[in-house]
Design a protein around this ligand. Structure first.
Ligand code: AMP
Ligand code: GLY
Length: 415
């Protein structure tokens, strides 16, 4: 089977690495890819006609979609009826990520445990409510905002400022959601689904803030690890009962065409797990920790989603812990320079992997080209060993603008 992975980050690099290990894999392209992936095909992920032409030319059987944008724009619908399989949900189902309001209503229709929320047609209309809650709220712009449309606030002044920011950035008539602010531990659970059966991968934790101790601005993710010691069997059972099962029942009842990855972003509170968000794709950086942990053949699992045999499959996992430390460009998530040469990539230590994200090649030289530059992944029998190895590998890689968090995997589990 020839496969094309759509996207250009660390998630797409780990997907190519994992899929290539399958005996079912023929050629595995990355579109458009980065400085660490090859072969790359220079086609824009949003240009579906050009992707179809690419599939004909390279006899591609399967598109595995990394980022959400092509899904929300309907890549699966575009290829319906063609011979190319698209691993990713339909445009209608992708609203679970594409619209916070759609997702919230879906959760409430199907009894999925989540934070209480209220919808407003405009930022100005929400001022009184956020004030009545003392500003202890979460304000979410209703649309794809690359993680930048969510504001967790602790005072009335902060909450009003967030509403003003939404009005300034997206317009005074932007719909939004105001949610009860939850406290606890965030975990990410990714599942592979054919719309009926879902096979869950190992729970992981992302580190979204830029600086140690979860301080500073939100980023796409500065590192991740799995498994999460606090997420035991009893908690998993509760997550399945309160969140996963009602979600799958809802997808079936509403007839959503969902073949792909469903990502549950959860807050584990003292009262139990609550769903913060769905994503309709693999998480990044979660995929870089979770896919190396998976022992099963990923391509066989994906194929099983198309031939109706997913429910017969049993997943297996490698023992131990996997930690992913992101090496970013100093300045990220704000402005940063690019084109900075990277050294130390030739030698990878035992039990380590390096996945590229914002890199490009200039001859033999690898240069930075984005905010998140590289992912250093290490495996260890204990979480401590995995962390220690990941930082040893991270310290061997050098570029002038290198910036990283030193506390990945060290978060305390307190509810
Ligand atoms: P979302 O895009 O909805 O996942 O929100 C982005 C981030 O905001 C989440 O990963 C959480 O860190 C935080 N967040 C979202 N909703 C809540 C909530 N109800 N309570 C506390 N934090 C939240
Ligand atoms: N790591 C969070 C996400 O992929 O949305």
């Amino acid at each position: 089977m020839n496969v094309a992975i759509i996207g250009s980050g660390g998630r797409e690099h780990v997907l190519a690495w994992k899929i290539r290990q399958s005996p079912l894999a023929g050629e595995v392209f990355v579109v458009p890819g980065n400085g660490g992936t090859s072969p790359n095909l220079a086609v824009a992920p949003g240009d579906f006609d050009a992707l179809a032409e690419m599939c004909r030319r390279h006899r591609i059987d399967l598109l595995v979609v990394g980022p959400e944008a092509p899904l929300v724009e309907g890549i699966r619908d575009h290829f319906r009826g063609s011979e190319v399989m698209v691993f990713g949900p339909s445009k209608a189902a992708a609203q679970l990520e594409g619209s916070k309001i759609f997702a919230k209503r879906f959760m409430s229709r199907h009894g999925v445990a989540t934070a209480e929320a209220e919808r407003f047609e405009a930022p100005a209309a929400a001022r009184d409510l956020v004030a009545s809650r003392g500003g202890e709220v979460v304000i979410k712009y209703d649309g794809l905002a690359g993680g930048k449309g969510v504001f967790v606030t602790s005072s009335v002044a902060e909450a009003h400022e967030a509403l003003d920011t939404i009005a300034d950035t997206y317009g005074p008539d932007s719909p939004l959601v105001v949610e009860e602010r939850l406290h606890g531990q965030e975990i990410s659970i990714l599942g592979i689904t054919d719309g009926e059966t879902i096979k869950l991968l190992t729970p992981s934790q992302d580190h979204k803030q830029r600086f140690a101790n979860d301080e500073g601005p939100m980023t796409g993710g500065m590192g991740a690890f799995c498994p999460v010691p606090g997420c035991d069997e009893a908690l998993m059972e509760r997550i399945v009962a309160d969140v996963v099962t009602p979600t799958m029942r809802g997808i079936a009842r509403e007839g959503l065409d969902y073949v792909g990855v469903l990502y549950f972003g959860l807050m584990v509170t003292r009262e139990g797990p609550k769903l913060l968000e769905y994503n309709v794709r693999f998480g990044d950086p979660e995929a870089e920790a979770v896919l190396p942990k998976l022992e099963s053949d990923l391509l066989a699992l994906i194929r099983a989603c198309f031939d109706g045999s997913l429910s017969d499959r049993k997943l297996s996992f490698h023992p131990g812990f996997f930690v992913d430390v992101v090496l970013a460009s100093d300045g990220y998530p704000g402005r940063y320079p690019t084109g900075v040469p990277i050294t130390g990539l030739d030698e990878v230590l035992p039990d380590c992997l390096v996945f590229h994200a914002g890199t490009r090649r200039d001859g033999d030289q690898v240069l930075t080209s984005g905010g998140r530059v590289l992912n250093v992944v290490a495996r260890g029998a204990t979480l401590d060993r995995a962390i220690e190895r990941a930082y040893r590998q991270a310290d061997q890689i050098a570029f002038e603008t290198k910036a990283l968090r030193r506390d990945i995997g060290r978060r305390e589990w307190v509810l």
